[in-house]
Design a protein around this ligand. Structure first.
Ligand code: SAM
Ligand code: SF4
Length: 451
């Protein structure tokens, strides 16, 4: 007998790891009869899968709970808060939001079935860091993710950057055994994935147990993934510069399926600030890694994260960040105003920067990034690149996908059938127009006329 259908709505905040976790929560609940619905109004169970990395991200959750409370007064539903806000605030979430029935951390969602039963009787909090890794308890069967899939290989972090809450909310660094990652990759490919993005808060610190009994670093895992038939593209994110070892850099030159794109956050271009951030590298060390990466893979596109207004950042420090942006020539980058996170060392530093200064620096940094991004996109115009068509375009006559450099590319097709045929395929595209965030292209081959 099939289980009774119940409706589940999951809203993910923050990074790709949360998107992956949100999907895995749905997988854990599927045997109980839960199916995903697109609207919280129709749901029996609403899960907010939260992010605590910046204050704004956390506050969004409370606003959403404010919108959900009246819905819950109209009909019976359970409201659960999971993820990093749940981990950091625990009981506090119940106190601030009376509509919440369940609070669970990122390491306990494999226990959702029992937690839900408990929460139906009494408001429940579970923010343990269980000894037994959750990955061993998650169902093997996962809902198909489509053409470009996420796969978590590593979780947590031991680096303790002064500004960052991750080591406290996600816990100690953990790498999944390579055989488990490879088995999940094969299942994703069997379900239609052509690209896999390996995920981890600090994924290049990966050091999982290898099938041969030794320890595998990320380069070995990538080489093994490269041998999976029908998997065409491999990417990984996010990486810490100090964990970028020579073997991984070499893999960029040797593994054809490893895409020429790397998100390698530098955070700041000033050594003073990097030291206060506890990043364990200087700007010149970072530039040396960039040089080695470009020697291994000359066309590699680089991306980064930046924090402006970290405690103690002077105008001269900030100018060094602007210089580094121009020197590296990023293909894309995210930039954030420093947001003090309770419990982290930087939040207690005395020389906090006024918000007005942060706003002004952020605007200047974003202009500098826009310039390098536009220059990168323009430099690819005229080239023919393989595009993986992994998403619907705007309208029936458009197909959309990604270049090897992760640029969004769209192509106008002659017929809706042609646009449909491209979906899930890799096809050569001549890039013809560059915008700041995307490119327009045309197919660089003639479709055979239907017989
Ligand atoms: N592990 C990656 C690294 O070492 O660069 C970063 C992962 S972190 C989850 C994602 C990004 O959020 C960081 O690169 C940083 O730019 C930003 N971030 C983290 N803490 C922040 C804070 N307190 N304020 C502003 N941005 C922050
Ligand atoms: Fe946070 Fe990344 Fe630093 Fe780890 S390495 S503490 S995830 S910024």
């Amino acid at each position: 007998m099939s289980p009774v259908t119940k409706r589940l709505f999951v809203k993910n905040y923050g990074c790709q790891m949360n998107v992956y976790d949100g999907r895995r929560m749905a997988d854990v609940l599927a045997p109980l009869g839960y199916t995903i619905v697109p609207d919280p109004e129709d749901a029996d169970l609403v899960i907010l899968n939260t992010c605590h990395i910046r204050e704004k991200a956390a506050e969004k959750v409370y606003s959403e709970l404010g919108r959900l409370a009246p819905l819950k007064r109209k009909r019976r539903m359970l409201i659960a808060v999971g993820g990093c806000v749940a981990q950091a605030e625990g009981e506090e979430v119940l106190a601030r939001a009376p509509c919440v029935d369940l609070v669970f951390g990122p390491q306990t969602y494999h226990r959702l079935p029992e937690l839900i039963v408990r929460a139906e009787r009494t408001r429940t909090v579970d923010t343990d860091f269980p000894v037994e890794p959750k990955f061993d308890r998650l169902p093997e069967q996962a809902a198909p993710q489509g053409i470009a899939a996420y796969l978590t290989a590593q979780e947590g972090c031991d680096r303790f950057c002064a500004f960052c809450v991750v080591p406290y909310t996600r816990g100690a660094e953990y790498s999944r055994p390579a055989a488990d990652v490879l088995a999940e990759a094969r299942r994703l490919v069997d379900a239609g994935a052509r690209e896999i993005m390996l995920l981890g808060q600090n994924v290049n610190a990966y050091h999982g147990a290898g099938p041969d009994g030794g320890e595998w670093r990320l380069d070995s895992l990538i080489r093994a993934l490269g041998r999976i038939d029908r998997l065409e593209r491999i990417r990984y994110t996010t990486s810490h510069p100090a964990d970028m070892d020579d073997a991984l850099i070499a893999a960029h030159g040797e593994v054809e399926k490893l895409m020429p794109y790397l998100h390698l956050p530098v955070q700041s271009g000033a050594d003073r600030v990097l030291a206060r951030m506890n990043r364990k590298y200087r700007a010149r060390d970072y530039l040396r890694i960039v040089e080695k990466l470009r020697a291994a893979r000359p066309d590699i596109a680089l991306a980064s994260d930046f924090i402006v207004g970290h405690p103690g950042e002077t105008e001269a420090d900030f100018a060094e960040t602007l210089r580094l942006v121009a020197e590296v020539g990023y293909a894309s980058a995210y930039s954030f105003k420093y947001s003090p996170r309770p419990g982290t060392p930087a939040a207690d530093m005395e020389d906090q920067i006024p918000d007005q200064v942060k706003i002004e620096r952020l605007a200047r940094l974003q202009e500098a990034i826009d310039r390098t991004q536009t220059a990168f996109n323009r430099a690819t115009v005229g080239r023919i690149v393989p595009v993986l068509f992994d998403r619907a375009g705007r309208g029936a006559l458009q197909a959309a996908g990604r270049s090897p450099y992760l640029q969004p590319v769209h192509v106008d097709c002659a017929t809706p059938a042609e646009a449909l045929r491209l979906h899930g395929r890799i096809a050569p595209v001549e890039l013809i127009v560059a915008k700041q965030n995307s490119l327009a292209g045309r197919l660089a081959y003639q479709e055979a006329a239907p017989a």
